[in-house]
Design a protein around this ligand. Sequence first.
Ligand code: PAF
Length: 324
Amino acid sequence: MLPTRRLLLGAIAAAALAGPTSAQTTVTITHALSLDSHYGAGSQAFKEVVERLTQGRFQVNIQRNDNEREAIEATQIGTQEFTITSTGPVGNFVREVLVLDIPFLFRDYAHARGVLDGPIGQELLAKFTPRGLIGLAWMENGFRNLTNSRREVATPADVQGLKIRTMENQVHMRAFQTLGALPTPMAFSELVPALQQGTVDGQENPIPVIVANNLNQVQRFLSLTRHVYSPAVLIANPAFWNRLNAQDRAAFQEAAKAAVKANRDRVSADEQRGVALLRERGMTVRTEVDTAAFQAALAPAFEQYNRQFDAALIARIRDWKPGS
Ligand code: PAF
């Protein structure tokens, strides 16, 4: 055999032996916000750790899709491998997760992060598997606050009659209905035109979202209602996940941890500076809100959630204490 032919055959045999592990695979992760946001921080950390720990065998392509329901569907059917999404539309896929969307369930960030990082969070992530999704890690969107173009909101009476865009989430819709508002569910992708055209008067989102999307350009009043904690979750496509060998799966799990940390650090930083920034951008910010009156007005909704969902789980979440 000619030496060049022998060399060529050797190279092919070596490549075949190395198998698919030496090939480069590109995976896609989507989220609804820009790279300069709390989700962007998470996805960039995810990309950095995946590519480093797999020595570049996996490349991560970050894309924006501000229709979270569509992104979950795409992750379920496998046209993309990962998505970071708020729990807004997740309850339409994994019903058990809806309890997390109950207003005033979490006292503060430490409470929410403690619950989601502990056994309750793990139990809920396990519920994704039978629904054709892998729940990898709890991330964070933040405490939601109300903005609108009509008036300052400090009490439940101020909300009455306002057309509020909500996420496609039955728990949130029920809450706004109970307060006498007119909840209008729609994907985030439709929000800005709806606010511009006056189809809705207001919307509610965490400070990091209001800042990252310049919602101050379309909304005048911000009230720090903090009426509901909005978790986010990193979801994977099961077929992709189950194909990974143990070492690569460990790399993706490390990347998920890094994503959670970067995401939460950015939420905390945005919460620190966001309100001042939104004031500078011209919003009228109402910091004193009668939270007790909002909770009292929501009593009929709370009763319904207890009937509709796992009341014991709701109590476990509400009563959670550090170290429990
Ligand atoms: O309002 C929403 O739909 C969500 O909070 C958003 C902005 C897409 C982030 O998850």
